[in-house]
Each structure stands twice: as structure tokens, then as C-alpha cells.
Design a protein around this ligand. Sequence first.
Ligand SMILES: Cc1cc2nc3c(=O)[nH]c(=O)nc-3n(C[C@H](O)[C@H](O)[C@H](O)COP(=O)(O)OP(=O)(O)OC[C@H]3O[C@@H](n4cnc5c(N)ncnc54)[C@H](O)[C@@H]3O)c2cc1C
Length: 269
Amino acid sequence: MSIQVTLISHSEYPLRSLYMAYRTCYSQLTPQQVCDRIESDRITHVQMRDFIEERLKTGHASPLEQVWFELGISGVSRAFSHQFVRHRVGISFEQQSQRYVTYKKGAFPYTVPKTVAKAGLSDEMEEHFKKVGELYEKMVEVGIPAEDARFLLPNATNTNFKITVNLQSLLHICDLRLCTRAQWEFRKVVALMRAEVVKVVPEIGHYLQPKCGEYRLGYCDESYEDWQGCPIGRVRPHKQVLLQVYDSYRKGEIQPLRDEDWAAIEERA
Ligand SMILES: Cc1cc2nc3c(=O)[nH]c(=O)nc-3n(C[C@H](O)[C@H](O)[C@H](O)COP(=O)(O)OP(=O)(O)OC[C@H]3O[C@@H](n4cnc5c(N)ncnc54)[C@H](O)[C@@H]3O)c2cc1C
């Protein structure tokens, strides 16, 4: 079963929720008056978008908590789910139980990573899982509860989620999990979550980026070695490089423009 991510529901009008949250802080108008102006088109969609864009350049992040998304996520491994549920703030999870769900005939769904297939070991892995499934079934048949029979099951076993996440938390999750340092499955799930949000609110969705994205930090704060090995490193500076530039500037070591530079600028032959 392949990974599926579906946006089930979201704040009724995410842009309005976010605009109202910010506007309430910076306006003499009451939130009700702001809402009326939006309803009567005195405040347009474009004005809301532009105002939000300016606010997002600041560190005022709490209004982002007022926008939420509900998603269904299926066909993901328990290797992924162990990592996913480590996020503690602004996200609520419900996950398929291995206590209350018994896999019929020991046929548990699972994920085989591409690297295993590429190494020509997927048949062996699946053969192993078949044996695990047979023993699981045997245990269930003799009355061992599913909550104990599951001790056999591998990290590859698939699971499903229904989650609700607010925009602030989703931005944080994208910061970390769209980074090329994150595990491939997590990156894939979060990229699909992002795509679902972009479909309904592109104005907000495009802020969902890895932390080095132009709308986030704009630079890489991972180790220098990781940055060197990153395929996006070519277009994102590392923090060390930025600090070196700052240090050179502070010490007056920035190279002055030379005659040949001026020649290039002025297109002198
Ligand atoms: C590349 C990568 C590798 C990882 N490797 C490992 C690993 O080897 N082992 C491992 O155990 N985990 C690992 N993790 C998971 C990591 O340690 C965190 O559990 C995970 O990123 C979720 O926590 P968070 O603080 O980022 O986000 P959230 O829990 O969603 O928290 C959101 C924000 O709230 C803040 N926050 C949350 N709770 C508190 C609190 N109690 N006090 C103060 N601030 C709080 C956080 O700092 C964060 O800014 C890894 C994560 C990544 C991205």
C-alpha cells in the first residue's frame, strides 16, 4: 500500500482567520468590525494576503496557531510513525491501534524501502515478513491477544493517522522534515501534506518550506559537512559562510572593488 495524504478539513477561511488574528493586534477596530469589512469586501483578499506577508517577516508567530488543518495519512510505516509522534506541540494524533486491530490471517501491511529493493533484497525481506505473519496468526489462534502478538511485528508495518495540526506547528514540522537531512519517508509524507495545503490555500502553503527556504531562515544551520553534501546547499548559504562575511566586514577585510571590477561594470574594453 502506498502512502496517501488527504486534507479532510481546515479552518473555514484560513486567510481570513490569519488576517483577523493579526489585525486584531494592530487595529483600533474590533475583530467583529474587521470581519464585517472582509464580508463587505472593504478589505479584499489581496489586501489580506499582503498584510499577512508583511507580518510573516516578523517574529510574531502566535496568530499562526489560529489556523488548523485536518489530515488523513495512510500507508506509512511504524518507523515513520515513531518519529512523527515526537512532535509535541500544536498537533493532535490518532493512530491505528495494534491492540484493537488484529491483522487477519497474519497479513500485516508493510513498506519495503527502495534501498532494499535496489540491493535486490526485497524478496528476502518479504519472505521474512511472511514467516512473521504466520507466527503472528498462530499466536492469535491460540488466544494470545493482538497486543502481545504485535511484539513480533517489524518497524516496516504500516499504520494510519488522522491528525489535526495548526499552521505554526506545520511550519515547524516542514522546517525540520523537508530538510534533506530528514528521513526519506518523513520527507515524502510532509511533502504530500504541503501539497494538500497548497491546493486549498496557496497564499499560505508556499510558506511551508525546509528551514533553509527563502521564506524561512534562508540559510542552512545544519553542520558544515551536511551542508556540503546537500543537493540544495548549492543555492543556500551555510550559517558559517554568513558569519565569515560578517566577520570580514567588521574587520574591514571586505575586498575593495579593483580597477578591473570597475572596467567590467563600465564595460570598458
Ligand atoms: C534530522 C533529525 C534527526 C533526529 N534524530 C533523533 C534521534 O536520533 N533520537 C531522538 O530521540 N530524536 C531524534 N529526532 C527527533 C527530535 O529530537 C525531536 O523529538 C523532534 O524533532 C520533535 O521535537 P521538536 O522540539 O522539534 O518539535 P515539537 O515537539 O513539535 O515542538 C515544537 C516547538 O516547541 C518547543 N517545545 C516543545 N516542547 C517543549 C518544552 N517542553 N520545553 C520547551 N520548548 C518546547 C520546541 O523546541 C519546538 O521549537 C530527530 C529529528 C530530526 C529532525
